[in-house]
Design a protein around this ligand. Structure first.
Ligand SMILES: Cc1cc2nc3c(=O)[nH]c(=O)nc-3n(C[C@H](O)[C@H](O)[C@H](O)COP(=O)(O)OP(=O)(O)OC[C@H]3O[C@@H](n4cnc5c(N)ncnc54)[C@H](O)[C@@H]3O)c2cc1C
Length: 325
C-alpha cells in the first residue's frame, strides 16, 4: 500500500506542512504496512532533495520549467497522470492556498473521493477515516469514507509534528514530465512579496498578540503599556489587520508570519487553526480569554480565563513593580 504526499515549496523553501504530513505517514507506517512517496514537482528541484531525504521511502521528482511556479492546472495534469499510473491508496496535499486551489479539481479529474481540511486520518482495513474540526475547533467530527481504490485528502497545517527522520534513506526516482503544453486559462505572472513592516515580529523574544477580543483600536494603548513593560513587540490575529488597526507585517498565522518567540502572550485570540499554525512552536504560550473553551487553551502552557481588560492593566502594574519602575 502506498501513500503519496505532495511536496509544497515556495521561493526555494519547502513549506512546513510537507514535513508534517510526511512525519505522520512515517508514524502510521509503524502500525500498517505503508510506503510513503514524496512527490516533488518543480524546475530546479535538486535543492529540495537533501532536506526531504529520510522523510519518505521514495522521492519522485518531476522536473519541468513549466512547473517552476505553482499553477493548479499544471500540477493537476502531472499529478492526475501519476496517481492514475500508480494508484496510491491515499494522496495527501496541504490544506494551504495551494492545496485549496488544487485538490477539488484534481479529485474531480480522477473521480476519487476528497476530504478537505482534515486534522487527522487513519487507514483501517484499506478504508480511510478522517477527523475534521467544526465550530472553530471546538468539536472534532469523525467520518469514514466509502471504500474506494484511491482517496485524496487535504491536511490542515500544524495538525502533526514534523519530526527529524532517523536516517537519510530515500530512493530518488526521476520521472519525465507528462506536460505537453502550458494551460492557456491560468498562467503564473509574477511573485509579489508582501509589504515590508516597520517591525520584524519574527525577531522578537516576546510577543504580545491581540485578537478580536480587544474590541476597539482605542484599546490598543492598554496593550502597548504591557508590551513596553515586558520589553516585547505587539503582534496580532488576522481580523486586527483586516480592520486596519495594525499592519500586515504584525499578523501571525498561515497568511501572516510564523513566529517562535520565548514568550507568546495571546490576548483575546480564539485560536483558529490558521492562527495556531503560526505560533504553536513558541517556547511558552500564555493565553487570556473569557471563553474557557477557546481552542487557544489547547496550545497554551498557562491560561487565564477572564476579561483581558481586567487582567492586562493588573499585569502591567505588577511587571512595572517587579522591574522597579
Ligand atoms: C484562508 C484564511 C487564512 C487565514 N489566515 C489567518 C492568519 O494568518 N492569522 C489569523 O490569526 N487568522 C487567520 N485567518 C482567520 C481565522 O480563521 C480566524 O477568523 C481568526 O484567527 C480569528 O481571530 P481572533 O481570534 O482574533 O477572533 P475571534 O475568533 O473572534 O476570537 C476572539 C476571542 O476573544 C475572546 N474575547 C472577547 N472579549 C474578550 C475579553 N474582554 N477578554 C478576553 N477574551 C475576550 C473571545 O472569547 C474569543 O475567543 C484566516 C482565515 C482564512 C479563511
Amino acid at each position: 500500500m502506498s501513500i503519496f504526499v505532495l511536496v509544497e515549496h515556495r521561493q526555494g523553501e519547502i513549506r512546513d506542512i510537507t514535513f508534517e504530513m510526511l512525519s505522520k505517514c512515517k508514524e502510521i507506517s509503524k502500525d500498517i504496512n505503508v510506503k510513503t512517496t514524496a512527490v516533488l514537482l518543480g524546475n530546479d528541484v535538486e535543492q529540495f532533495l537533501d532536506p526531504l531525504k529520510g522523510y519518505a521511502d521514495t522521492i519522485v521528482c518531476c522536473r519541468d520549467e513549466k512547473l517552476e511556479y505553482f499553477n493548479s492546472r499544471t500540477y493537476q495534469m502531472v499529478l492526475s497522470h501519476l496517481i492514475n499510473e500508480n494508484k496510491p491508496l491515499l494522496t495527501l496535499i496541504g490544506h494551504t492556498s495551494y492545496g485549496i486551489d488544487l485538490a477539488p479539481g484534481l479529485a474531480i479529474k480522477l473521480q476519487i473521493p476528497l476530504a478537505t481540511d482534515c486534522a487527522d486520518f487513519s487507514v483501517e482495513d484499506d478504508q480511510l477515516r478522517i477527523v475534521r474540526q467544526m465550530y472553530g475547533g471546538k468539536v472534532n467530527a469523525r467520518a469514514t469514507l466509502k471504500k474506494a481504490e484511491s482517496y485524496l485528502i487535504t491536511i490542515r497545517p500544524a495538525s502533526f509534528e514534523a519530526k527529524e527522520p532517523e536516517t537519510k534513506d530515500s530512493e530518488v526516482i526521476n520521472l519525465e514530465s507528462s506536460l505537453k503544453e502550458e494551460p492557456i486559462d491560468k498562467r503564473f505572472i509574477k511573485y509579489v512579496e508582501p509589504e515590508v513592516s516597520d517591525v520584524d515580529i519574527t525577531a522578537s523574544d516576546i510577543l504580545v498578540s491581540i485578537g478580536r477580543g480587544i474590541k476597539e483600536d482605542k484599546n490598543i494603548p492598554i496593550i502597548e503599556e504591557l508590551t513596553t513593560a515586558l520589553g516585547g513587540v505587539i503582534s496580532c490575529s488576522r481580523p486586527i489587520v483586516d480592520k486596519g488597526w495594525l499592519d500586515k507585517g504584525r499578523q501571525v498565522g498561515t497568511s501572516g508570519k510564523t513566529v517562535k518567540p520565548k514568550l507568546y502572550l495571546a490576548l483575546g485570540i480564539s485560536g483558529a487553526f490558521q492562527h495556531i499554525a503560526g505560533m504553536k512552536d513558541s517556547d511558552l504560550v500564555i493565553a487570556i480569554n473569557k471563553d474557557a473553551n477557546a481552542p487557544i487553551f489547547g496550545v497554551a502552557d498557562f491560561g487565564i480565563v477572564d476579561d483581558l481588560f481586567k487582567v492586562v492593566p493588573e499585569l502591567s502594574q505588577k511587571i512595572k513593580e517587579m522591574k522597579g519602575a
